[in-house]
Design a protein around this ligand. Structure first.
Ligand code: SF4
Length: 111
């Protein structure tokens, strides 16, 4: 009488099971890491946000041109506080701004 332990197919099946089990064990880790990436996404800054209003943030150049203190050509994209790649802004942590936007604390990027 032979058991699964001393049969070559049993060893192969056990290896396949362990391989499959280790793959299953990794699935939750993959999902957790993708959730973490989601958490790091920036939330678009809305003009209606009280912090945006306090600093007169507007999302377009058309609106910016009518704002007191606006200088021609100034926009988030060429602002010292703009974070290229994520459209983030150091003045509004966790938020993204429109590259064509503007606010009252705009400062030129050093050239
Ligand atoms: S600080 Fe600069 S990048 Fe941030 S919202 Fe104001 S103008 Fe845009």
């Amino acid at each position: 009488m032979s058991s699964q332990h001393d049969h070559p197919r049993g060893a192969k099946s056990r290896r396949q099971f362990l391989k499959l089990a280790s793959g299953i064990a990794l699935i939750p880790l993959v999902n957790i890491s993708s959730v973490s990436a989601e958490d790091k996404k920036l939330i678009p800054l809305m003009e209606s946000d009280p912090q945006a209003q306090a600093l007169k943030y507007v999302a377009t150049q058309e609106k910016a041109q009518s704002m007191p203190g606006y200088k021609a050509g100034s926009k988030c994209d060429n602002c010292l506080h703009f974070v290229a790649g994520t459209n983030g802004c150091n003045i509004f942590p966790g938020r993204s701004v429109d590259p064509d936007g503007w606010c009252a604390v705009w400062a030129p990027k050093p050239s």
